[in-house]
Ligand binder design. Structure first.
Ligand SMILES: [Zn+2]
Ligand SMILES: [Zn+2]
Length: 349
């Protein structure tokens, strides 16, 4: 039996297409997951543009999609995880393939493993995170939220360097990661300012304000002037996709501050940074910059608990992230331009 899927030939821009592929049959120990809906993110756009992505060994194409909500045959909801263990390194063997040492991991819909813009996947329960039924409305956000949960967990580890918890947080960027991080920081009681390009009257600014965050448009306050206008921040999470903004924000980091980079940036080489300035700021202020990618099972679970708490604390707010929903038959039309969207959802069932 065949099923439809959305595939790309990696490194070939414009090769996005529908492809009929065999419906997977679960191997021993695997279960069949019917994909209900899937999210589109910036990584997908980069794969579409041919900048990223790797087909599974022996395949000429990659089924895209790494953010999905699925249903088991018994009706239970699940979220499939993205990265698979390399099977060899200490991190992978202890259940943290997000911290893989070898790089020999595969990732659904991204690197070496077919993704979830399709009707069914076969998967080991080891890589399926169960969802309560009441999480149906926001469960597809579990993957992006797992990224935020990991960033927060690692920032908490680093904040133990000093006997005082962070009080003020800055979020750079108001895409899905930036907005989810804003909500989590507010949930955790941090005074939060979110900075992005859109004007202060935009829908994104309203989402920030609805959970008690402050919104600053870079049209009014450029990132290098942030400290002057908005003060210093103990914790900064960067999610803009702009490496220039990432380094410019260091001047807004407080003494003993923690800065987390979550964007994979394109590498245009348009900007230069002053290495002496960065070095001085890091050393003299005991500042830490760390990068984070992907997430482990515990982060998915923490992410789901954050989503539940946000849904209770700010009813309806998570739904505002879903700016567009398209049926599977129309899904090719959402590529590549997602500039006006926060989160586009492809509906399969
Ligand atoms: Zn994503
Ligand atoms: Zn590994």
């Amino acid at each position: 039996m065949n099923m439809r899927s959305i595939v790309i030939t990696p490194s070939r821009p414009g090769s996005l297409r529908y492809e009929d592929i065999p419906r997977p049959s679960p191997a021993p120990g695997e279960v069949l997951v019917k994909i209900v809906e899937a999210g589109v993110c910036r990584t997908d756009i980069e794969i579409y543009e041919g900048l990223y992505g790797e087909a599974p060994a022996g395949s000429g194409f990659l089924v895209m999609g790494h953010e999905a909500l699925g249903r088991l045959e018994n009706g239970d909801l699940v979220v499939p995880m993205v990265r698979r263990s390399c099977g060899a390194c200490e991190s992978c063997l202890s259940g943290e393939p997000d911290m893989c040492f070898t790089g020999n991991f595969v990732e659904r819909g991204i690197k070496g493993l077919h993704g979830m813009f399709c009707e069914y996947i076969a998967e080991s329960p080891r890589y399926l995170v169960p969802l309560p039924g009441d999480a149906r409305a926001y469960g597809v956000l579990a993957e992006p939220m797992s990224i935020v949960a990991k960033a927060v967990r690692q920032a908490e580890m680093m904040s133990r360097r000093v006997p005082r918890s962070p009080e003020r947080a800055l979020v750079l960027g108001a895409g899905p990661i930036g907005l989810l991080a804003t909500m989590v920081f507010r949930l955790l009681g941090l005074e939060t300012v979110t900075v992005a390009r859109r004007p202060a009257s935009s829908a994104k600014a309203k989402i920030v304000e609805a959970c008690g965050g402050g919104y600053v448009s870079t049209g009014e306050v450029p990132v290098p002037s942030l400290a002057e206008k908005a003060g210093l921040f103990d914790l900064i999470l960067e999610a803009t996709g702009d490496a220039g903004a990432a380094f410019d924000c260091l001047t807004a980091s407080a003494v003993n501050g923690i800065v987390c980079f979550t964007s994979v940036t394109g590498g245009s080489g348009r900007r230069t940074i002053d290495p002496d300035r960065v070095n001085r700021e890091l050393v003299l202020g005991n500042r830490t910059i760390f990068g984070t990618v992907n997430a482990n099972r515990g982060d998915f679970e923490t992410g789901l608990s954050y989503l539940k708490r946000i849904d209770l604390a700010y009813p309806g707010l998570l739904q505002k992230l879903f700016t567009s929903r398209v049926p599977f038959e129309k899904a090719l039309s959402v590529f590549p331009d997602q500039a006006e969207e926060i989160k586009t959802i492809i509906e399969l069932a």
